[in-house]
Design a protein around this ligand. Structure first.
Ligand code: SF4
Length: 351
């Protein structure tokens, strides 16, 4: 980026390919080995009961709704076993803000997982931590310490949306505010935990507010170094309670946003491509717009119920997409350390 140009001007006015080229230069400097990583994990939502009423959420049900559910420990354990059999190295575990679950349930769940189904638990977003701190009248630091002691390994960046209070007041008023969300991340980092950080855009914010979000993340990272990765994706307005009228942002907006994120967040090591929301072609293109990670090959219910073949094909496809984009592929863990080559791991899982 020319030194005279400020970020907002660059984001707003630079030609798409100029933005991409600058982001690609940053990626190459930070990741000179031409490798794109990915992770095999499973997303487990332990409850859909929630009182936060986010305007963009099509997932939750209010308490007492007949369609509300909370998984049992055994159901969660079975999902972990299925994921591990298919080569999964972590679970991403998040849920609604359910006022009927006692804190001990979460601690016992973590102990249960670590005893009977050991795996890396990447779970419980800052919004959940904040909700519990209020509900159980605890200090957020104590909530994190207790979770960590019980087995929580790292914290996902869920619920970040846009970290500008004006925007949050419009779409997620009942959830942790911008300051609080970042405060909880900072506490987690101080307690020795690594976390990821996200941005969901296209919810009524300006480009300047997206940049403010990035700037606030960069400031926390400068103090703690605790963010391992940044992931952004656009609002999916379909079926949401209050945002189905919003126009879905397009691929160009995504590529511009991911590129400016790479340029603005040079102290966050990894940027993930969100092919799950943008489709594989845009996901591949994003690898030339600053992304060095292809995110997660999430093991979903339909994949798990199918034969291992389905999973092998999916992994093969994931690797092919990375190779076709001109990179070497490598499977990673949450901390971005590399695991055994896929062929060997799948052979073990299939045995
Ligand atoms: S906190 Fe918001 S996004 Fe999360 S489950 Fe509840 S309503 Fe949905």
């Amino acid at each position: 980026m020319p030194p005279t140009r400020d970020l907002l001007d660059f984001y707003t006015n630079a030609p798409l390919l100029e933005l991409g080229a600058e982001a690609d230069r940053v990626r190459q400097r930070l990741h000179p080995n031409n490798t794109v990583t990915y992770i095999v994990d499973r997303n487990i939502n332990y409850t859909n009961v929630c009182v936060a009423d986010c305007g963009f959420c099509a997932f939750y049900r209010r308490p007492k709704d007949a369609e509300g559910w909370t998984l049992s420990y055994e159901q969660i354990g079975a999902k972990i076993d299925e994921a591990k059999a298919l080569g999964g190295v972590q679970i991403l575990m998040q849920g609604g803000h359910n006022p009927y679950i006692p804190f001990e349930w979460y601690l016992d769940l973590l102990r249960y997982i670590k005893t009977h189904h050991p795996i890396h638990v990447h779970g419980f977003s800052p919004s959940e931590v904040d909700f519990w701190a209020k509900l159980y009248r605890m200090d957020a630091r104590d909530v994190i310490r207790e979770l960590q002691k019980a087995g929580l390994d790292s914290i996902p960046g869920g619920g970040g949306e846009i970290l500008v209070q004006r925007v949050r007041d419009e779409v997620a008023k009942k959830k942790a505010g911008a300051d609080r969300w970042l405060e909880i991340m900072e506490i987690a980092h101080q307690e020795g935990m690594k976390t990821s950080v996200t941005m969901m855009y296209g919810i009524g914010e300006t480009l300047a507010e997206r940049l403010e979000h990035l700037e606030r993340v960069r400031e926390v990272q400068a103090r703690t170094g605790g963010f391992t990765a940044f992931i952004c994706w656009p609002l999916q307005p379909e079926n949401t309670p209050r945002m189905s009228h919003m126009v879905k942002t397009d691929a160009v907006d995504y590529l511009r946003t991911v590129a400016i994120s790479r340029i603005a967040l040079q102290n966050v090591p990894n940027i993930q491509s969100s092919w799950v929301t943008m489709g594989v072609k845009v996901g591949q293109t994003a690898l030339r717009f600053g992304c060095n990670d292809f995110g997660s090959l999430m093991i979903e219910e339909n994949v798990v119920s199918a034969a291992n073949t389905t999973h092998r094909t999916t992994i093969a496809e994931m690797e092919r997409l990375i190779h076709d984009a001109g990179f070497k592929s490598a499977r990673r863990r949450q901390d971005y350390s590399i695991v055994a080559p896929v062929a060997a791991a799948v052979a073990v899982a299939a045995a």
